[in-house]
Each structure stands twice: as structure tokens, then as C-alpha cells.
Design a protein around this ligand. Structure first.
Ligand code: SF4
Length: 281
């Protein structure tokens, strides 16, 4: 028998997004999943974590959504690729969970970030949750690869105070090699956010030998600088923290021998962004 809200062995709050969580909604009927995606009245969440200082301004609560159609070689949360690994959470429960933190978040100049996975796979749930958060006076941010940005109307974009936009690689072929998907929808979304003057932080994962070509980075930096609405570029050093998940899931991990970037490489990469007038950290 299938149920909409099966009891889960996991709690809603995770120790960190690096918890490996599988099959949390395996017993949810396909029709219920479809209805949830259409209405946004239920979401599929890997976990909520609190106290983050790296997913937007201030101290933040982060909701890690399940579901992503990309296959980035360095993804540290491949258990979030499948929606079935997310826990079914009603909108009501998610809003009430968030509400518990609203005073603290305001006091710490923080807010709520929806990350993933790819949150816009669950665009209706995301919009409803952001709208509720804004109504409680909570600053909102989405971390997205931008591929499904067209699912949000201009009106809905106003419910998101900050977009943390992942630009993964430069050049059509390199992007496809790294993520399995085309870069153009992401760039289109970036242009649209610029035209609407919505605040954006770009996130770029620096992987030695894969995304560290200075020419590519300069071209990316020129594109980002030309947008005019990007407040900062975050250069995120590649790490191996998600490696065990690939092994556990029986996935072919191609970056096992790749080292984390040296401080010198991180600094020289930041300088390439700064050379185009961007704030890069
Ligand atoms: S877009 Fe994010 S969640 Fe999706 S595969 Fe890439 S790194 Fe993983």
C-alpha cells in the first residue's frame, strides 16, 4: 500500500547535507508525487540544516531539496539526484519548521536558503515556501543551476531576495562534459535576472585540471561582469567530502585522483574575476 506521508527513519533536521539519505519517499504513490509537483503543497526534502554561514548572507536555515537532472562529476550530494531519496514534507510542516527560526534569523541578519539537488525541479513548492518565508519577514535565497529558471514568472522572482547561481564551466562542450547538460539555459537565466535587476551571487567550483583553465575563467568573468547585477563571485574549492556517496551508490566517480586546489590556485583564480571588476572570494 502507498501512503502520502510515510513515516521516515530520518529526522527532518540533518546533521549536515553530507548525511547519506536514501529512499525516504519510496512508498509515496507516483500520483501523489505528480500532484505534489503540480501544486507545490508537498515537497521532497533531503533535510533541513541550521546555522549555515556559507549559503547566503548571515546565519541561515537551509532546505536541501531532492531531485536534480544534472550529473556534475564533482557533485557532493548524488543522493539528492533522485526525488525518491527526499522525505515527503507538506508545505505546512516546512513553513512551521521555518517559522521556529524566524526571530533568530532576523537577529543574525540571515534567512532561508533552498538548495539541493536542484530546487527548481520542485518549482511550485519552492515558490510557495519562499512566499511564506517572505510573509514572515525572512530573507530568501535559492541555490540553483538555473537550468529551469524559465519555470518562474517575473512576479515569482520577486519572492527570492538572492539567487546563488552556479556557473559550472565555460564553453558548451566543457559544460556538457562536466554536467551532462547544456550551458545556454543557465546563461539565459543569468541574463534574465540581470534584466530584472535581481541580486545574484555566482558560485563557481574550482577543480584542478577540470575547471581551472585561466582563459575559460577570464571569459566567464567577462560574461558575469557584463551582467551588472552580480554582487559577488564565490570560488569554491573542490573537495572529496561526497566521494563516499558515489561509492555507496555504486556510481562511477571520475575525480577520485583529483586534489583540492592549492591556496595559490584559488587566489590566482579570484584575481582573474577581480580583474574584470568583480568581488571574488
Ligand atoms: S547541479 Fe548541483 S545537485 Fe545537480 S548534479 Fe550538479 S552539483 Fe549535484
Amino acid at each position: 500500500m502507498t501512503t502520502e506521508l510515510s513515516p521516515s527513519v530520518y529526522s527532518l533536521e540533518g546533521k549536515s547535507p553530507f548525511d547519506l539519505r536514501l529512499g525516504q519517499s519510496a512508498s509515496v504513490a507516483e500520483s501523489a508525487v505528480k500532484r505534489a509537483l503540480e501544486t507545490g503543497d508537498m515537497g521532497f526534502i533531503h533535510s533541513f540544516t541550521t546555522g549555515s554561514t556559507v549559503d547566503g548572507p548571515g546565519v541561515r536555515v537551509v532546505g536541501w531539496t531532492a531531485g536534480c537532472q544534472w550529473r556534475c562529476r564533482y557533485c557532493h550530494n548524488p543522493d539528492t539526484w533522485s526525488m525518491i531519496n527526499g522525505m515527503p514534507v507538506t508545505l505546512e510542516r516546512a513553513v512551521s519548521e521555518l517559522g521556529k527560526y524566524r526571530h533568530g534569523l532576523k537577529a543574525m541578519s540571515g534567512g532561508f536558503t533552498l538548495s539541493g539537488g536542484e530546487p527548481l525541479m520542485q518549482d511550485r513548492f519552492a515558490v510557495k515556501l519562499f512566499t511564506a518565508a517572505k510573509a514572515m519577514g525572512i530573507h530568501t535565497a535559492v541555490e540553483t543551476n538555473g537550468f529551469l529558471g524559465e519555470r518562474l514568472t517575473d512576479e515569482e522572482l520577486l519572492q527570492i531576495d538572492l539567487v546563488l547561481l552556479g556557473i559550472k564551466a565555460w564553453g558548451a562542450e566543457k559544460h556538457r562534459h562536466l554536467t551532462g547538460k547544456d550551458i545556454e539555459p543557465t546563461l539565459d537565466f543569468a541574463r534574465r535576472l540581470a534584466a530584472r535587476q535581481r541580486p545574484v551571487w555566482v558560485r563557481f567550483v574550482l577543480v584542478p585540471g577540470l575547471t581551472d583553465d585561466p582563459q575559460d575563467i577570464t571569459l566567464m568573468a567577462k560574461f558575469i561582469a557584463g551582467l551588472g547585477n552580480v554582487e559577488r563571485v564565490e570560488v569554491l574549492p573542490f573537495h572529496q567530502l561526497g566521494r563516499f556517496k558515489w561509492q555507496n551508490l555504486g556510481l562511477d566517480y571520475t575525480l577520485a585522483d583529483v586534489k583540492t586546489p592549492t591556496p595559490d590556485l584559488i587566489e590566482s583564480t579570484c584575481r582573474l574575476f577581480r580583474a574584470e571588476g568583480l568581488n571574488a572570494y
